[in-house]
Ligand binder design. Structure first.
Ligand SMILES: *Cc1c(COP(=O)(O)O)cnc(C)c1O
Length: 413
């Protein structure tokens, strides 16, 4: 068995007791399973094995250098969403041709960086951005490959904050604008349209919106070919969800069977940009109970040493994460709100949970936080970014040390 499971009463990561890690490295602490990341990467790669494809792991889900390096070692390419992520990809060893660059507001400096580097494709978001890419390419006397990010006006049926494929969202280019835009790009010697791209949202738990988006790209590629623009690849983005609460969600094989039939007839190679699907279940956040506080209104609050500064998803998206004692006790079960220590009432990790009556200093694990967890951590309340540990072949290594106040204050006058 790999990943996070119980040996007797104790939660372990690939055989390593989480309680030992918390003792050695302190809390709050992120712990990742390399074996889980590998298994989930391979599941996607296998599902698409009989068709030309490239996985460009979406770094924004978790871009700690060691995680990026691990994925590169597994054969992954990279999807970068900022100049910082491009640089992280480079330092993790990805070559420029292994990087695609996406982002709704790429600055002049970021475009310069991507153009000078010669990334595989810049996923362009607007007519204006294509003009700017052309200008940068001319200035640097080079040619740039772009993919057009399409807004297919498809409802991903995910949380509104992470849906991106509706025409009311800020992302992408309307389908109907694409043919004319391609005409204009044909007149730009420094820019070449090589792909069509779409990414309709995140934590999508049914394949139908993803299938429809892929089908829209296929249809558009066919139309463009008729007009003289030859597309080389279709980039179907990421977005496939994971199960946070144990309910069934589509797996990689079902995802592939939804996408591939439409794409196969085009003969075009596919780029996939999974983020969450690969890393979410590969991480936990370890946190200790600071106080157990019955309030007069009858509610029990369990106050932890981690909150919205370490994991903002519950507050930002109303996201649900399972929260479990690391070592199960025989204490009678009790209903409580599991909350963080910050001065915000929204600082709640889990509402109305049933757990064995918690005790001060007891260790808890917040599950499935490998994606959009650590990367969204902040220094609010002058809190320090937590340390991160990776378990690989039964060995724990610190892949990011805990931030110190000196680190934070080093930036200040
Ligand atoms: C965020 C993002 C992804 C990854 O999304 P997941 O839901 O984590 O798979 C992929 N592509 C683009 C363009 C993105 O913005």
């Amino acid at each position: 068995m790999t990943g996070f499971f119980r040996q007797g009463p104790a939660l372990v990561c690939d055989g390593v007791p989480l309680a030992d890690l918390a003792t050695a490295h302190g809390t709050p602490l992120y712990v990742y399973s390399a074996a889980t990341i590998a298994a989930r990467y391979h599941a996607i790669d296998q599902a698409f094995a009989d068709y030309p494809h490239a996985i460009h792991y979406a770094l924004k889900a978790n871009s700690t250098l060691a995680i990026a390096r691990l994925l590169r070692g597994l054969g992954s390419n990279a999807d970068a969403n900022s100049g910082g992520e491009i640089e992280v990809a480079r330092r993790a060893g990805f070559t420029p041709s292994q990087i695609v660059f996406t982002g709704v507001g790429k600055t002049a400096a970021e475009l310069d960086q991507a153009v000078a580097l010669g990334v595989r494709s810049i996923n362009a978001e607007s007519a204006g951005e294509i003009e700017r890419i052309g200008a940068r390419a001319r200035a640097l006397q080079t040619r740039v490959k772009i993919a057009l990010r399409i807004n297919p006006d498809i409802d991903a049926k995910s949380h509104p904050h992470i849906s991106t494929g509706l025409k009311t969202n800020k992302f992408g280019i309307a389908l109907s604008d694409v043919p004319e835009l391609c005409e204009r790009v044909r007149a730009m010697p420094a820019v070449e349209v090589v792909g069509l791209h779409s990414h309709v949202g995140s934590q999508i738990t049914e394949v139908e919106p993803l299938r429809r988006a892929a089908a829209a790209l296929v249809q558009l590629a066919r139309e463009l070919r008729g007009r003289g623009t030859q597309i080389e690849h279709l980039d179907v983005g990421g977005g496939l969800g994971v199960s946070y609460d144990g309910r069934r969600v589509p797996d990689a094989a079902e995802y592939a069977s939804a996408i591939l039939p439409a794409v196969r007839e085009s003969g075009l190679s596919v780029i996939l940009e999974p983020g969450r699907q690969i890393v979410a279940p590969a991480g936990v956040l370890l946190t200790r109970v600071v106080d157990v506080k019955p309030q007069s209104a009858g509610k029990l609050f369990v106050i932890m040493d981690a909150g919205m500064t370490e994991l903002i998803r519950p507050m930002l998206y109303g996201a649900f994460h399972r929260i479990e004692p690391v070592v199960r006790t025989a204490a009678p079960e009790i209903a409580c709100d599991i909350v963080g220590p910050l001065c915000e009432s929204s600082d709640t990790l889990g509402k109305d949970r049933i757990v064995p009556h918690p005790a001060v200093d007891e260790l808890y694990a917040v599950l499935d936080v490998g994606a959009y967890g650590s990367v969204m951590a902040s220094n609010y309340n002058r809190r320090l970014l937590p340390a991160e540990v990776l378990i690989e072949h039964g060995r724990a290594s610190v892949i990011r040390r805990r931030q110190t106040l000196e680190d934070v204050l080093a930036l200040e006058a």
